[in-house]
Write a protein that binds this ligand. Structure first.
Ligand SMILES: *[C@@H]1O[C@H](CO)[C@@H](O)[C@H](O)[C@H]1NC(C)=O
Ligand SMILES: *[C@@H]1O[C@H](CO)[C@@H](O)[C@H](O)[C@H]1NC(C)=O
Ligand SMILES: *[C@@H]1O[C@H](CO)[C@@H](O)[C@H](O)[C@H]1NC(C)=O
Ligand SMILES: *[C@@H]1O[C@H](CO)[C@@H](O)[C@H](O)[C@H]1NC(C)=O
Length: 513
């Protein structure tokens, strides 16, 4: 191997050339396949020295440069991402125990409503919050940094997590423009965690975080052929995130695989003194040893899966999707699951017409005003300031086109009064008499539904759900399958979702480039 002799003789010069080469040609690592890279394959490549974190971040930055003008999935890249990656590489060289952490050196993209105390802005996609300064990292970001993750940047979203107006298209925000579905660019990317799902689907990053109040993780995950975990409310801290409702908000991973999503969940779940009540209550659900142990290839075996037909799968009768779901059911049966068919959640329409919007409108004003008042500095300090900002910046914020009627409706509320308390207790009743009774009576491990149309049921109860890729329609637009459960059901849902994913392997990367 004459190369080694040269390397020896010119080792210094050679190293310099190598560094320059690796800086200018991040794709020259022949042996590592960046497309569809998983957390595990990335760690293998770190360990066998065919890849560094720095090269990985350089690769993703160039992917973002190439594809983001079309996809608009990323609002900002972190000017410190390369430094963080280089530090992770050094740390790995010096200290082999840092390798034990699954997210060490792994780039993460955060939905733009998740606060970071760094050079990145936290704006929920709106110009109104540009230049605002948060006082500390949000709870989940603190945990990601402790795990050694590289904060790659902020993902676009439906502006204000789709709580400004219900006339705007999903995936639109003033700062990034219209996010696009990478499979069929004219198709709905869904929201509100649109940028997170688009970015990870199009291989612009390894893993992402989204947030959900009602559907905002599950829906874009389904629409972009990726995996989303909507955790039980309080399992992950919401501190430092721009809120809608502390009663329903939750933060969770959106990733290409169930395993990647579970590694992220393991990193971010847990108590946070800045979200003490909710994270304290939910801490009891977190199993010793975390969630990774539930990535079991035979995870469907013996699981009791309730198929909701009325109001759910019945809507797809005789369609391609309907047929695909029937095939999935038979795979589940083959893998040892017990399917309990023809189930119905009582009063589904009452759930959809419950006072959710009424309660959210009042909760949003209280929670947002508190968030804004606690910022170290900010051009807006209240919902009413944001409304005035939008009136003054009609053009940039497309106020004529999309309006801000949810803001106006929320501003007209006055805290949690009798109406709101009634609505909240109605929702609790519907949950306990509906899904909880059904799941207990039939001893279900999960209820299965198409896409994310079950999201209001999971939202009002604070329940978890996992969306897994299920197929592509006639035009190539992805759709998902959703496994929902009661509070703390994550271990069962992960076993089911992982075994289902491994048995079906539906996800394909989009054909872009
Ligand atoms: C290192 O690991 C990666 C990821 O598994 C693999 O793609 C690559 O071929 C390996 N390279 C070598 C030299 O073993
Ligand atoms: C080694 O890595 C671990 C985990 O990242 C970290 O807690 C520890 O401080 C590191 N030790 C040294 C000497 O850098
Ligand atoms: C944050 O916003 C400011 C404008 O207020 C801008 O100058 C800066 O570049 C933004 N930060 C990043 C990382 O894009
Ligand atoms: C379902 O709706 C009916 C009629 O609207 C009502 O009488 C009943 O109490 C509801 N059941 C539940 C479980 O809420």
């Amino acid at each position: 191997m004459p190369n080694f002799l040269y390397l020896h003789r010119f080792s210094f010069a050679f190293t310099v050339v190598l560094v320059i080469l690796s800086l200018s040609l991040p794709f020259s690592t022949h042996s590592f396949d960046f497309t569809e890279a998983t957390v595990d394959s990335t760690h293998e490549a770190f360990a066998n020295h065919s890849l560094t974190s720095l090269q990985l971040v350089q690769y993703y930055l160039s992917m973002i440069r190439n594809l983001n003008p079309l996809l608009r999935a990323v609002i900002e890249v972190n000017p410190d991402a390369l430094t963080q990656a280089a530090r992770a590489d050094l740390d790995r060289e010096r200290n082999s125990t840092s390798n034990n952490n699954r997210l060490h050196g792994i780039p993460v993209l955060l939905k733009d409503n998740i606060g970071t105390a760094d050079k990145l802005n936290t704006t929920a996609g709106s110009f109104a919050l540009l230049g605002s300064v948060v006082s500390r990292d949000s709870g989940v970001v603190k945990r990601l940094r402790e795990a050694g993750a590289v904060i790659l940047g902020k993902a676009s979203l439906s502006e204000w997590s789709y709580f400004r107006s219900d006339h705007a298209p999903s995936g639109w925000c003033a700062r990034a423009g219209q996010g696009k579905n990478p499979y069929v660019v004219s198709a709905d990317p869904c929201g509100s965690s649109s940028g997170s799902a688009i970015a990870v689907a199009a291989n612009l990053v390894t893993v992402t975080l989204g947030t959900e109040t009602d559907g905002s993780i599950l829906c874009p995950s389904a629409a972009n052929s990726v995996v989303g975990i909507k955790p039980t409310v309080g399992l992950t801290s919401r501190s430092g995130a721009i809120p809608i409702s502390p009663r329903q908000d939750t933060i969770g991973p959106i990733c290409r695989t169930v395993a990647d999503a579970v590694y992220v969940l393991d990193a971010i779940a847990g108590y946070d003194r800045y979200d003490a009540e909710a994270t304290g209550k939910a801490a009891k659900y977190i199993p010793q040893g975390g969630y990774m142990q539930f990535l079991k290839i035979d995870g469907l075996k013996g699981k009791r899966i309730g198929i909701l037909r009325k109001d759910f799968f019945d809507l797809l009768k005789n369609s391609l999707q309907g047929k695909v779901f029937e095939q999935h059911f038979s795979i589940m049966r083959k893998k040892g699951a017990i399917l309990i068919d023809n189930l119905e959640i009582p009063n589904v329409s009452a759930i959809y017409q419950s006072g959710e919007k009424l309660a959210l409108a009042a909760e949003f004003k209280v929670a947002l005003n508190e968030y804004l008042s606690k910022l170290s500095s900010s051009p807006v300090r209240s919902l009413s300031d944001v409304i005035s900002f939008n009136e003054k910046h009609k053009k940039e914020e497309k106020i004529k086109e999309y309006g801000q009627q949810l803001f106006v409706m929320s501003e007209s509320t006055n805290g949690i009064g009798t109406k709101e308390r009634d609505a909240i207790s109605d929702m609790a009743q519907l949950s306990s008499k509906g899904i909880e009774t059904l799941m207990r009576e039939k001893q279900l491990d999960t209820i299965v539904t198409p896409y994310s149309i079950v999201s209001p049921i999971l939202a009002i109860g604070g329940y978890p759900g996992i969306s897994v890729p299920a197929g592509y329609d006639e035009t190539g637009v992805p759709f998902g399958i959703c496994f929902g459960g009661l509070k703390g059901f994550e271990p069962k849902l992960i076993e089911i979702a992982y075994a289902f994913e491994q048995a079906t392997k539906v996800r394909k990367p989009p054909r872009l480039k």
